[in-house]
Design a protein around this ligand. Structure first.
Ligand code: HEC
Ligand SMILES: [Cu+2]
Length: 322
């Protein structure tokens, strides 16, 4: 699922960059291409001139270098290699700086969403209290402002299709805004190495029409599409970030594998219990209550982040992993 989204949204539209999907993208791509192709042009030009000079002035029988006074200065030449590059760099600076300012200041009417990065998930909260994990839904053609902070280490919020990337830092708020120009699902990455689960610290931005957005928000962010419980659980496994720490194929990652978990006897400091529905629910909402022997108490609590239906879905999914 998540992987499919990655490939779809990141496929390059022109064999080159991921499909542009924000108002920033044309300007940024323009500047990037200008610098890239400009550099290539200059580089190739210099190589050609170098090659011509090597041939023209090579040491060979019957050729002696032009004689005359030693040249120390040529005002025209010196101006020629100073002034045009200066104008070029000022132009590039101006282009980049005005673009940077546009990206730094969010329009007044923007939709605010707060973002919390923590190992290894993205958590979002809308103004009306709707909380989501690993996914935000936003209306198309509307400025959205992200107010971001981290609960642990430095993370970085990166959406290639929107050409936005901003560090997410503990004890400080950083802001990033964007306006999506097309509907679709776009990948969020963490681009600041933050530990074992870094590469799994993924999320998606779903851009929908204004109507669909209102509908979604009215349903308090539940988007379970009427899936059967075990399918819902399977979806949540990736979308809520459990995948960063739990495998379903028997390998132990940061947390124990879910394969064969249901009905197994679990040992924890001070006792043991059979992994039944209640144990799984407790493990999700209050993970430190019974820390499985051999593991660190690093699982964050998902209390309030998974509703009862979703927890039932996770339980149903774990039951299928025999
Ligand atoms: C940051 C890593 C991390 C994430 C993310 C995480 N877990 Fe865990 N989980 C752990 C660790 C470590 C343990 C074992 C220690 C403990 O019991 O707290 C554990 C234990 C569990 C257990 C008990 C497993 C057993 O073998 O007894 C369940 C059930 C569980 N997690 C469910 C979830 C669900 C559901 C999610 C996603 C919504 C999730 N976890 C996300 C790290 C994580
Ligand atoms: Cu991170």
């Amino acid at each position: 699922m998540q992987n499919k989204t990655i490939t779809e949204s990141l496929i390059a539209s022109n064999g080159w960059m991921p499909k542009a999907a924000s108002t920033f993208a044309p300007n940024i791509d323009g500047l990037f291409n200008f610098i890239l192709y400009g550099s290539i042009l200059l580089f190739v030009g210099i190589l050609i001139v170098t090659a011509l000079f090597i041939i023209k002035y090579r040491k060979r029988p019957g050729y002696s270098p032009p004689s005359g006074p030693h040249i120390t200065h040529n005002t025209f030449l010196e101006l020629a290699w100073t002034v045009p590059p200066l104008i070029l760099t000022i132009f590039i600076f101006y282009w980049g700086f005005t673009g940077f300012l546009d990206m730094a200041v969010a329009p007044k009417n923007s939709l605010d969403i707060s973002v919390t990065g923590k190992k290894w998930m993205w958590q979002f909260e809308y103004k009306n209290g709707t909380k989501t994990l690993g996914e935000i839904v936003v209306p198309v053609n509307t400025p959205v402002s992200l107010i971001m902070s981290s609960e642990d280490v430095i993370h970085s919020f990166y959406v290639p299709n929107f050409r936005i990337k901003r560090d997410v830092i503990p004890n400080r708020y950083t802001k990033q805004w964007f306006e999506a120009t097309r509907t679709g699902t776009f990948q969020i990455f963490c681009t600041e190495y933050c530990g074992d689960g870094h590469s799994q610290m993924l999320g998606v931005i779903r851009v929908v029409s204004a109507d669909d957005y209102e509908k979604w928000l009215a349903n308090a962010g539940s988007a379970d599409d009427g899936l059967p419980p075990e399918k819902l659980g399977e979806k949540l496994y990736t979308s809520k970030g459990c995948v960063a720490c739990h495998s379903v194929d028997g390998t132990n990652k940061i947390g124990p594998t879910w394969k064969g978990l249901f009905g197994k006897t679990r040992a924890y400091a001070g006792g043991s219990t059979v992994a039944d529905e209640n144990y799984i629910k407790e493990s999700i909402e209050n993970p430190t209550a019974k820390v499985v022997t051999g593991y660190q108490p690093v699982m964050p609590s998902f209390k309030g982040l998974l509703n009862d239906k979703e927890i039932a879905g996770v339980i149903a999914y774990i039951k299928t992993l025999k």
